[in-house]
Design a protein around this ligand. Sequence first.
Ligand code: ZN
Length: 372
Amino acid sequence: MFNLYKSRRQVIADAIAALARYGVASNLQEKLTAVFDEQPDRELYRTNPRLLAAHLQIPERQILQILVAALREGIVALNWEVECPACGGIDPAHQHLNELRSLHTCPACKTIHKTDADDNVRVTVTLDARLRKLKDTADDLPFRQRMDRRYGPVSAHRLLTLPTFRQLFPKETLPPNESLLIRRVAILFTDLAGSTQLYSRRGDTKAYELVHSHFDLLFRIVDDQGGTVVKTIGDAVMAAFTDPHAALQAAIAMHHQLHALNQSLALPPTDWLRLKIGINAGPCVSVTLNDRLDYFGSTVNTAARVQSVSHADGITVTEELRQDPATQAELNRWPTQPRILQLKGIDHPVAVLDLSPLTAPGLPAAIAKPVL
Ligand SMILES: [Zn+2]
């Protein structure tokens, strides 16, 4: 049928119905339809996603997942807006990640600055004109500034580490030789202890199955904690988290859940899958390599080195994690003395803490003594 006689509400509702495919519940579809139909124009133009989250009464992560699906369906357009650290002006002229450059020139004051994905680049969305034609007055800068002050902007880094975004937009990458500065990220590396012996004892097929189920488990935990799997290297996983505390929680969950998996598979303890985990936090750069976003820099190198000095069933973290208050509180619960290490390829001594979540005091007896 022609949609000549459809109400605006119906046009919006029909478009949003497509989000069911992405697992958006019908009550949220209805709420989003109401917001897009009823809110004033200025709330639908270069909208801070957190304002929409407030309307829908859902967390930031969930609204971002919904908006990524809406972007895919052409319901909204995404804007990568670069804020000038000198004059505070905002350059909205980027619809795609590949339009961003390592160095950004402010169109207003001509200041050249590094493109910092945490502090300078924010993401906003605009409702597609096919669903609702916004009036020119929708461009209301003082209103947007008020919303940014109230809710805080959503950084590009938040969106880049959202697994849904990477899945649905694998081609949204940075141009070759361009990078974004990431002010703070927690990098977690895992590796399987004794996997060579595992392959030789259980045979390639069975060992591969075990390793595969361990990957499934780790990927799910990273996702649950709001992180993103950057890549796998052999049996190792590299994951990134905007929140260091979430990285630590993920590492603890990995050990516990892998321990439960070992028991459910009734493996002999010699064949248990056991992880060695390292975590570091700090600044790095994000670049595109082999069509995917990756992280580089000494924060990443140190995280990998720290993983290599970790023990089976252990988590080794750098002192950098203490800079986050929530992580510091968590670390203070562990009776652990720092080790000062000279790590290969790192030119300064690194202080690390070793945690053993499976033998931590206060755990159920079944978990507390898993290792023979
Ligand atoms: Zn400027």
